[in-house]
Design a protein around this ligand. Structure first.
Ligand code: DX5
Ligand code: ZN
Length: 224
């Protein structure tokens, strides 16, 4: 299984964003999670195209762009142009999820679909054979630093079972409240892409990345 820690720059120090991306790279991170919020689909506003465009110039990390944006179809092409390597949209936010998938493919980026904590897994199933990643939100999207919602673990388990049964090449990403206390639950449920915002950016970034990588290896090793 390809396990990846995907640090979310929502919790980064934006005064030192470039420097922090270099630390991620140096510590062996491959995927950086980029949360775009529009103040409509979620209550808060984060950042958008200009920020992504400017970090793209300096970083060759894989940019995993999570659009918490209403009617994301409007912006997919532009996020592709900004340098997204993967674009994830919420089924709840799309006017037409099939069209959104088609638009993401057209940019050349990988395709992710996300579901909020109260959205049943069944809503994502029709798309599984056409996507690269399913993002299971483990908090209500909108803010970093929230508590992991335990009820979401069963959704990850269900998706892992279905994806394995159908032998689909789809990664399962969890996002929200992932830290040293919840990592094991998420991995054992079947998640392989682990987003962490506050847990890695609070304190010593390099040391946090190292200890999280070690924890992922240990947990994954115990499952072999
Ligand atoms: C929340 C965002 C997350 C957020 C996670 O809506 O999608 O990616 O950065 O933050 P933590 O890891 O602090 O819960
Ligand atoms: Zn996110």
């Amino acid at each position: 299984m390809n396990y990846q820690l995907c640090p979310s720059i929502l919790s980064a120090d934006f005064n030192r964003l470039g420097e922090q991306l270099s630390i991620l790279k140096k510590e062996g991170v491959q995927i950086v999670h980029i949360d775009v919020m529009d103040g409509l689909f979620v209550p808060s506003i984060s950042f958008g195209m200009p920020v992504i465009r400017s970090i793209r110039k300096e970083s060759d990390l894989f940019f995993d762009v999570h659009l918490m944006v209403d009617n994301p179809e409007r912006y997919i092409e532009e996020f592709g142009d900004c340098g997204a390597d993967s674009i994830t949209v919420h089924t709840e936010a799309c006017r037409d999820t099939d069209e959104a998938i088609r638009l993401i493919r057209k940019t050349g980026a990988k395709v992710g679909i996300s579901i909020k904590p109260n959205t049943p897994v069944a809503e994502a199933l029709p798309y599984l054979d056409r996507i690269n990643m399913i993002l299971v939100m483990t908090v209500e999207p909108g803010f970093g630093g929230q508590k992991y919602i335990d009820a979401c673990t069963a959704k990850v388990q269900e998706l892992r079972r279905i994806i394995d049964e159908r032998n689909l090449p789809v990664d399962i990403q969890v996002d929200g409240g992932i830290n040293a206390g919840t990592l094991e639950t998420a991995i054992k449920a079947g998640a392989n892409f682990l987003v962490e915002g506050s847990a890695v950016f609070k304190g010593d970034l390099a040391a946090n990345i190292r200890s999280t990588h070690e924890a992922i290896q240990r947990i994954a090793g115990s499952m072999e």
